[in-house]
Write a protein that binds this ligand. Structure first.
Ligand code: TYM
Length: 330
């Protein structure tokens, strides 16, 4: 079987962008073809300050959401990054194969260090190296992510190739897998910007646990343009984004959607997209509530899958440690 890894940060409830760009694609992956690892990457989260009890709560909530969205925890290994120490150990080694210049070029670092200028810590700087460790630990062939993670995927490949060149074929070189639609869902308020949970304007993003009224209200307030004509075009980012959301949920092509909405006003489009989102999220929210209630079930998954992830991760780690010249364990 081929191997696949992806992860999400536990910084707040995830958005419709995280869902359509990543989680929904994860659910559709053929489990007979891939062995899948999905992590709640809590170690990445502390690159910006977190309230400890909040972070713990959110990590658990995110793990439950993975399952609620349709990831079977028996077929998929769903676990906390911080429960598998191999992530940190491999990261250290990879740090020594990554150049300052490479990290300096990362656009996410530039953005985040502007936003958190009071706390530009070295974790934020080497964030992509931890991500490379996540991916390479599981010898991942494929990494399903949204478009904003492409640069990190490329640096992961560079680090892996550099390492392999010196030590032989140690790491599988991973490929990004980006869905056809939904790869970049934009803010409902500023459709030139990606939808992000860290956006202070709550109307800019749909959260996965938003109730139906809130979802409808946010869509009604979505920023569009003054043309009053429904078309799928880069020049109409607000409308394009609404059509993208619509299409990534019901599998229609943008052309089909445009034909369907022909002659209708923007108000109707917003309402239809809102309804489709509400119906998509309703069963997820119901399952989420049930899962969160069953504490023992969730604890068992966390423990079993953490051990399983550790087993596979340690296999790669030992190989790498040997290659770089650390004494073998007897
Ligand atoms: P994070 O937590 O920011 O986002 C999780 C996933 O959601 C995707 N995404 C989006 N897709 C479409 N439209 C949007 N507006 C949108 N916003 C977010 C992201 O592309 C991502 O796939 N560094 C990663 C987490 C990570 C990771 C990894 C991912 C850590 N280690 C290893 C893959 C492999 C991050 O912060 O994603």
């Amino acid at each position: 079987k081929k191997s696949l890894f992806s992860g999400m940060q536990a910084t707040g409830t995830i958005t419709l962008g995280n869902y359509l760009g990543a989680l929904k694609n994860w659910v559709d992956i053929d489990k007979d073809e891939y062995m899948c690892f999905y992590s709640v990457v809590d170690m990445h989260s502390i690159t910006v300050r977190q309230d400890p009890s909040e972070l713990r709560k959110r990590a658990r909530s995110l793990l439950a959401l993975y399952i609620a969205a349709g990831l079977d925890p028996v077929e998929n290994c769903i676990y906390y990054q911080s429960h598998v120490s191999a992530h940190a150990e491999l990261m250290w080694i990879l740090n020594c194969f990554t150049y300052m210049g490479e990290m300096n070029r990362m656009t996410q670092f530039k953005d985040k260090s502007q936003k958190h200028s009071d706390n530009i810590n070295t974790g934020l700087f080497t964030y992509p190296v931890l991500m490379a460790a996540d991916i390479l630990l599981f010898q991942s062939d494929v990494v399903p992510v949204g478009k904003d993670q492409m640069q990190h995927l490329e640096i992961t490949r560079d680090i892996a190739e550099r390492f392999n060149k010196i030590y032989g074929d140690v790491f599988t070189i991973p490929e990004a897998y980006i869905g056809k639609v939904g790869q970049k869902i934009m803010s409902l308020q500023e459709p030139e910007k990606k939808m992000s949970k860290s956006d202070e304007n709550a109307n800019s993003h749909i959260l996965l646990l938003d109730d139906p009224d809130t979802i409808m209200r946010k869509f009604k307030k979505a920023v569009t343009d003054s043309e009053a004509c429904i078309a799928y075009s880069e020049n109409k980012p607000g409308i394009k984004n609404l059509l993208d959301i619509y299409c990534s949920i019901n599998g229609k092509t943008p052309e089909e959607a445009v034909a369907e909405f022909d002659g209708m006003g923007y108000g109707k489009l917003k309402e239809r997209v809102g309804e489709v989102v509400v119906e998509e999220l309703r069963p997820i929210q119901e399952r989420y509530k049930d899962i969160m209630k069953d504490k023992d079930y969730l604890n068992m998954i966390i423990k079993d899958n953490g051990e399983k992830a550790s087993y596979y991760a340690t296999k790669t780690l030992r190989k790498v440690q040997h290659k770089v010249g650390f004494p073998d364990r007897i």
